[in-house]
Design a binder for this molecule. Structure first.
Ligand SMILES: Nc1ncnc2c1ncn2[C@@H]1O[C@H](COP(=O)(O)OP(=O)(O)O)[C@@H](O)[C@H]1O
Ligand SMILES: [Mg+2]
Length: 262
């Protein structure tokens, strides 16, 4: 049964999409079966996976409103090796449309139920807002991965996100937890980076990934070729960091899956 992770942070530009694409490709490199769901109307994860968002016959929007099945909308990332449920601007309409539907918070969860056993990991790229789309991601997920830049305002937004996760976990999805906090675009030469990083260690010792993602131009270049960094430049520091993250994530799963011994 797949572990479903929402990659979320209501701030834009913190590395959600970059993390989704590169973590998906890195998990594939370790022989896991991976599905990436693009839940952002900007369709960046779709394009970065090498799929033209302007030429979609079906998208995640159609799945959410019940117009097609997950299988109808599913595509494969040629270079990444993972499956994709793509998105484009149509998804903006879902924000409003969903509000009028039955079970509006559980549409994604219900759509995924029949295919969850076909994957090891399902990664959901969330939009930069705590909107109905993000709520759908959090209701469908087992855990939330929060990418963040170590800058002054990072912690401020974090408490809103954590409150939302707690509310959804108490009302709609008791199994939801914060899976991990990921430091992205990390530059240890900046002293503020170290200050924020230390605060994160203090407050989120359990959840903070040891792996940090450095600022690396290859990670920014790769999406315009529809490739993960692992294929674009497999020796790049960015590609290696996401491979390390995949390793850490898989190890954590094993540790938490171990039954407690007397
Ligand atoms: N580690 C990194 N090093 C360099 N550039 C990065 C890195 N992570 C993301 N970027 C770039 O920063 C911008 C925002 O990243 P993105 O993943 O799209 O954020 P989000 O999905 O949270 O809006 C993009 O142009 C992306 O290519
Ligand atoms: Mg994004």
């Amino acid at each position: 049964m797949a572990k479903v992770f929402a990659i979320a942070n209501q701030k834009g530009g913190v590395g959600k999409t970059t993390t989704c694409i590169n973590l998906a490709a890195s998990l594939v490199a370790t022989k896991r079966r991976v599905l990436l769901i693009d839940l952002d109307p900007q369709g960046n994860a779709t394009m970065g996976s090498g799929i033209d968002k302007h030429a979609l016959e079906h998208s995640i929007y159609d799945v959410l409103i019940g117009e097609c099945t997950v299988a109808d909308a599913m595509q494969t990332s040629e270079h990444g090796g993972y499956k994709v449920l793509p998105a484009n601007r149509d998804l903006t309409a879902a924000e409003v449309g969903l509000l009028e539907m039955n079970m509006k918070e559980s549409r994604l969860r219900n759509a995924l139920a029949p295919i969850r056993d076909k994957y090891d990991y399902i990664l959901i790229d969330c939009p930069p807002a705590l909107s109905m789309l993000t709520v759908n991601a959090l209701v469908a997920a087992d855990g939330v991965i929060i990418p963040m830049q170590c800058e002054y305002y990072a912690l401020e937004g974090l408490s809103d996100l954590i409150n939302t996760v707690q509310r959804i976990s108490s009302l709609l999805n008791p199994s939801l937890k914060i899976e991990g906090l990921l430091r992205t675009m990390y530059d240890p030469r900046i002293s503020l980076t170290n200050d924020v990083s230390n605060q994160l260690k203090e407050h989120f010792a359990e959840q903070l990934y040891q792996t940090v993602i450095p600022r690396n131009v290859r990670l920014a270049e790769a999406p315009s070729f529809g490739m993960p960094a692992l294929v674009y430049d497999k020796q790049s520091r960015g590609a290696l960091a996401y491979l390390a993250l995949a390793g850490e994530l898989v190890r954590r799963q094993r540790v938490s899956a171990k039954p407690a011994t007397a």
